[in-house]
Design a protein around this ligand. Sequence first.
Ligand code: GLA
Length: 329
Amino acid sequence: MRDPGYYGGIVQSIETPDRRGRTANIALGFDNLADYLTKNSPYFGCITGRYANRIAKGRFTLDGTTYQLAVNNGENHLHGGDVGFDKRVWQAREIREHGAVGLRLTYVSPAGEEKYPGTLSVTVTYRLTVRNEIRIDYHATTDAPTIVNLTNHTYFNLAGEGSGSIYDHRLRLNASRYTPVDPTLIPTGSLDPVAGTPMDFRRPTAIGARIRDNFQQLLLGQGYDHNFVLDRRDDTSLALAARVSEPTSGRTVTIRTAEPGIQFYSGNFLDGTLVGTGGHIYRQGDGFALETQHFPDSPNQPSFPSTVLRPDGVYQTTTVYEFGTTSAG
Ligand code: GLA
């Protein structure tokens, strides 16, 4: 049978047990394809690309040529443009391996799509492992110099989607620095210490504990919407990025990645206009996203790790989400 294709690489639901064994769907989303197509999904569960997060004014220069991408977020380019990878149909093949089942998704993005240079051949592999992990491997090659930055944009609520706000969730981020932003949420270029600010999640802290602090960066993001610079020993291995636990259910998620950064987004733009999978309305702060990535606007920030991919190179990265429970509150 011909593979009918897989829209946006979207993870529609993730069911995990709480500490007493009761299962809930902890991923925000819709219960039908039509809503993803028509309801202006805020990137629920999808693969974002070619460039996850923002590029200032949609413009960058590579090898002396300036490219103008779509401007779809105020004056900036966001998550790949008007029709990013979240809105493309991917080819899907089932994987069955010892210790894992999954899907291998492929998509060939033609040169010039969304005005990006180079034909980008992308494979994203989702695996559900016997260790209660979702493992995502990203792989891409190009036939001409280009830029690439891929992530998955799942929103979580560990108490169950549609159950209310995530402000009681305890977050730990393995990051001593973050990239402060300007009023359009483009990094200023500096890497600021989190110490002494509401951005410090080096010890587990409730997401809502300081979200109403009078701190300029929280005003700009209308909450947390920032890239954190991960503390890592080397550039390539999987390193701890984040751990979140929810006190009532005891559910946890631990995120490890090969990427240098993670965008922590506290669901600030959810505004009560969408009805989720379980029939409840999503309001501000009803889910959080932790998007492993290269830093936003890297093509315009020479001091940030490079997102350039050339024909002789391979883009390869991995992120693992491990689900569990804790007895502690
Ligand atoms: C990312 C961005 C946010 C927002 C969400 C999707 O997290 O940084 O500003 O665009 O995606 O709504």
